[in-house]
Design a protein around this ligand. Structure first.
Ligand code: PLP
Ligand code: COI
Length: 377
């Protein structure tokens, strides 16, 4: 990689002279409207990262020969900015997104960078567009850092030119009128990621192929697919979210299970946060209301055989997806080999663990409780 790292102090700001009015919060559709400004940082193999620019949101100009259009050197992050109870702007665990973005860049032979410097620039961007952060509870500004190879050349080799850009989009809560549990289709013939593959990186190329799969599942009445792996039908992820399952054990304890980071699972920030909060509850460092007293937290493999057995025994008590967009997404049904496994989702559409986790995480994100994960901008 080139000599210059990203340097936030070299930032050049070109303010947008035709500011738009953010749409009314009630009309927001995820990722459909974009704030007035974007951040752009060019990279070249000889010189490194150029001076960062904040400029009006608008189209990019790229050669049709740019590698991005041919071999898909593209990766992204998803994070959010929040208006807190006092109207200040906060980010949630930006260091985690920066770390993951660099991991993806390294795998994709795209340039890495200082996560601290990019975080400073993102803070600057969201401050400038802070009128685009909705302040109603559950609303936020979704931030999309993206890195693409732009070199105009058809050779399959590391890109000598790259562009890192950051755009942002005001978004509403996933569930406007209370939880709505989703049904999943688990088709063992479909595979999202495999050992030695790239499922643990947030590459654009991991997402396009899932769209058709979701369309097919939707035709049969399932909102998302449950990605399985291997002959043993190991559970991996839910659509574009990490997976959690709660099981009642014979000794009366409740086990909260999520598949381990074995290379086929995206290391989610929400996943890590839920694990951290659950472990702090177990150790009594920070007990959480609504979580069982005798909770056991497990990062371990779990397969469909175990899910079916637990369902038959009545010990399958909760299942939910976890990701930045929805935070938690309760599951009430899994279709597998022609039959449906019903999962209790509670009277309010979410089980006690999903509900408690959603509350704990949003309390931190909105600064209702003090926590080092929430970073003031
Ligand atoms: N798994 C996949 C495949 C994802 O795309 C995402 C979403 O961003 C997640 C899990 C959840 O990750 P995070 O909690 O960092 O948003
Ligand atoms: C998530 O935040 O959970 C996502 O999966 C984001 C998606 C738009 C890629």
């Amino acid at each position: 990689t080139g000599h210059h790292d990203i340097d936030a102090s070299a930032l050049i700001i070109e303010e947008n002279k035709t500011l738009r009015e953010p749409p009314p919060s009630s009309s927001l559709v995820f990722g459909h409207s974009f704030a007035d400004h974007m951040l752009a940082v060019n990279w070249n193999g000889a010189t490194g990262w150029a001076a960062p620019r904040i400029q009006p949101y608008g189209p990019l100009t790229l050669d049709p020969s740019s590698v991005i259009f041919h071999y898909a050197p593209s990766l992204f992050e998803g994070m959010k900015a929040y208006k807190d109870v006092e109207g200040r702007v906060r980010l949630f665990r930006p260091d985690m997104n920066m770390k993951r973005m660099n991991t993806s860049a390294e795998r994709m032979a795209l340039p890495t960078f200082s996560g601290k410097e990019l975080t400073k620039l993102i803070a600057k961007l969201v401050s400038l567009d802070s009128n685009w952060i909705p302040s109603e509870p559950g609303y936020s500004l979704y931030i999309r850092p993206t890195l693409i190879g732009t070199q105009a050349a058809l050779g399959v080799h590391p890109a000598n030119d790259a562009l890192l850009f950051v755009i942002s989009s005001p978004v509403g809560p996933y569930y406007k009128t209370g939880f709505k549990p989703v049904a999943l289709e688990a088709d063992p013939s479909l595979v999202r990621a495999w050992p030695g593959g790239v499922g643990q990186y947030k590459l654009g190329a991991n997402y396009g192929p899932g769209i058709r799969v979701q369309m097919e599942a939707a035709k049969r009445g399932y909102q998302q697919n449950l990605w399985l792996f291997g002959e043993e039908h190991w559970l991996t992820e839910v659509g574009t979210m990490n997976l959690f399952v709660a099981l009642k054990r014979d000794d009366g304890s409740t086990e909260l299970v999520t598949p381990p980071l074995n290379g086929t699972i995206l290391p989610g920030v929400t996943r890590d946060s839920i694990l951290g909060l659950a472990r702090d509850h177990v150790s009594k460092k920070a007990p959480i209301e609504g979580l069982p007293d005798n909770l056991v937290v497990s990062e371990r493999e779990i397969n469909m055989g175990e899910i079916i057995k637990a369902s038959e025994k009545g010990s399958l008590i909760e299942m939910f997806g976890a990701g930045t967009a929805a935070i938690v997404s309760p599951v009430d049904r899994v279709g597998f080999k022609g039959r449906d496994i019903q999962i209790p989702a509670g009277e309010e559409g979410a089980g006690p663990i999903a509900k408690a986790m959603l509350k704990s995480i949003t309390d931190i994100q909105l600064g209702r409780v003090n926590h080092p994960w929430s970073v003031l901008v």
